[in-house]
Design a protein around this ligand. Structure first.
Ligand code: ATP
Length: 200
């Protein structure tokens, strides 16, 4: 039997979206918890309201959408705020992801599903999956990618440091793809992984 329910994780800017794209191309249905979180926190949604109640109107843009940079600057420097954010968002994200799995499975009983969960290990969600794939890279590469996105160094470091170190995530995963080199190198590793999924 091949693997058909995969958890994908990795540190910030390690390459989760890049791997998600490779998974899609290889025929996997990918559920993206970041995308779910964005939907659930759109203006007027219940979770949006909870966040405004918890963190105040200061986290909003003029159009009432959540300013993720402002919210990020609050939570990445403060573990208690981060805990609050997670408590307010994680149950709803989990519920939506489970619904998407059921919806997909009804139509595609033998289809392959991957769920991209940035905080998979921090939230102790390993048991949800048949296998967990971690994409990792060095701290320096993470930092470089975040600086290229326009973050200040201090902010970038706070975001990286708010998550488990890559080594700890890798230790608790079944597979690690190392994304410090070229995209071609990552694709090569991914091809081996995809073959192993079919064979296992
Ligand atoms: N091997 C690579 N070579 C060059 N650039 C890369 C490579 N892998 C990823 N990138 C780039 O690094 C950035 C982060 O990659 P990606 O978006 O896949 O990471 P992520 O883990 O999904 O990020 P986030 O945690 O912010 O959601 C992107 O701009 C991506 O194009």
């Amino acid at each position: 039997m091949s693997i058909s329910y995969l958890g994908l994780t990795g540190g910030i800017a390690a390459g989760k979206s890049t791997i998600s794209e490779l998974l899609r191309r290889a025929g996997w249905f990918v559920i993206d918890c970041d995308a779910i979180a964005r939907e659930l926190t759109a203006p007027g949604e219940q979770t949006w309201q909870k966040l405004v109640d918890a963190f105040g109107g200061g986290i909003l843009n003029e159009d009432q959408s959540i300013d993720r940079k402002k919210l990020g600057s609050i939570v990445f420097g403060c573990s208690q705020s981060r805990k609050t954010l997670n408590e307010l968002t994680h149950p709803a994200i989990l519920e939506r992801w489970h619904k998407e799995v059921i919806h997909f499975r009804v139509r595609n009983p033998n289809g392959k599903i991957a769920v991209s969960v940035p905080l998979l290990h921090e939230a102790a969600l390993e048991g949800e999956f048949e296998r967990v794939l971690c994409v990792g890279c060095s701290y320096a590469t993470q930092l470089r990618r975040l600086l290229a996105r326009g973050l200040e160094r201090e902010e970038a470091e706070a975001r990286i440091d708010s998550q488990w170190p890559t080594a700890r995530k890798a230790e608790r995963s079944d597979v690690l793809l190392w994304n410090d080199g070229s995209l071609e190198l990552l694709e090569q590793q991914f091809s081996h992984f995809a073959l192993a999924c079919e064979a296992s």
